[in-house]
Structure formats: structure tokens, C-alpha cells
Ligand binder design. Sequence first.
Ligand code: SAM
Length: 239
Amino acid sequence: MRVAAISIFPEMFRAITDYGVSGRAVSEGHLVLDCINPRTFTHDRHRTVDDRPYGGGPGMVMKAEPLEAAIDEAVERVGGEAKVICLSPQGRVLDQAMVESLAEEPGLVLLSGRYEGIDERVLESWVDEEISIGDYVLSGGELAAMVLVDAVVRQIPGVLGHSQSAVEDSFADGLLDCPHYTRPEAHRGSRVPEVLLGGDHERIRRWRLKQSLQRTLIRRPELLQERELTAEEQRLLAE
Ligand code: SAM
């Protein structure tokens, strides 16, 4: 997948290109991440990308011209076919279904705002979708863009070491993930559930499914309402 991130702080994206699963996705060629700084497309001595808001008020607004030139460049870099997304607290809130659908896109352009936000005319004419990562306000879109890329990259076949990992994560099947344990067997008086030590794969599968169902019911009951339970799941929940 090709992603172009438009930001006045391109160095921030090293957090995903240089570390962990997303870093490995870059080094193995599953993800090509280009960063484009809108300051490159300014023509004044100070490389100005913001200006005072019409109508007055606090803060600055990101100017249209450098962002539009940056979007043009970004679309070209990802191969000409790209969904242009602006990270915004006013956008549709990102969830796993959106992440899975974005992973199918050949290319993404991610526009990160700063200051009070972006000149509305850019959003009207150059952006396909605004996406939020939650109902709170960040100082800039970069962290939100990185959250999106990290979540999307996990869905690209071959990125995760174990082929089942993404499938078993929370939300993949509409449920929260089951609890996990590793050595030692006893830790501060708390023991690993007996079933996980026995090697009976079918019992372990049923135990994990039941744990997932119970956790989802307790922590996120609304997820169960959005999902039809199989006969086995209904039985396990009722046990
Ligand atoms: N004045 C804007 C508003 O209230 O809607 C907030 C601007 S915010 C300080 C600056 C930038 O951070 C935004 O343009 C956006 O790119 C990013 N941002 C802030 N909160 C976000 C969120 N919850 N999800 C995604 N991006 C966010």
C-alpha cells in the first residue's frame, strides 16, 4: 500500500516508519510512506502555511494554496488513484470496519491539520472524507494519521508475523479479544487458567470464545447487539 502524509511536521511519522509492526511493513515493502511538507509549496521567505482567520478570533488557519499543491503532489506519489482523507475531530469516527475497508485502497493521502484547522475550501473541493479518531481535540492531525496507518497496516496480508493475529484481535469478529497469559504459570499468587495448560485445542478454543463473549458483554454490550450470535456462542454465554 502507498500512503502519502501531508504535514508540516513530517519527522513525526518516524514513529511509525521506524518502529514495530508498521516499521517492519515499511522495511519489507508492504507499506510505502511518503511525507510531504506543505511548506515546500510556499513562495515567501518565511514559508508561510497559515494566516489569520477571516471574521477574527483566536489562532491561525492553514492556507489553501500550499495544501492544494501538496495534495496534488501526494496523489501523484501514491500512483494517481488515491482516497484523500483529512484527519479532523469533525469527521466520521474511525472503527475497525472503516480500517478494514481502507486497507483495500491502493493508496491513501492523509492530510494533517494544525492550528485552528484548514481553510474550509480545501475540505470542500479536495478531500474525499474527514476521519476522526475520537471525540476529543488533538493539537494536530499527525498522531491521528499515524493511528490510522498503524491500524490499516495490520490488515495488509503478510504484515503480521502470524497469519491469524489480526483475525483474532478485538473487533475483527465483532467481539473483544480473550485474555492472554505467558510464563510464569504462577505470578504473585495468581495462576494461569488450567485449561490453557492442558493442550486440548478444542477446549482452549471454547474457553477463549466464552471469555471473549463475556468480556464483550461486560465491557462493550452494544457490540453484541450489533452482531448475531451463533448457536454455540449463545450456549457458551448461557452456561
Ligand atoms: N478547531 C478545530 C475544531 O474544533 O474542529 C480543531 C483543530 S485541532 C486543534 C488541529 C488539527 O488537529 C485538526 O485540523 C485535525 O487535523 C487534528 N485533530 C484534532 N483532533 C482530532 C481528532 N479527534 N481526530 C483527528 N484529527 C484531529
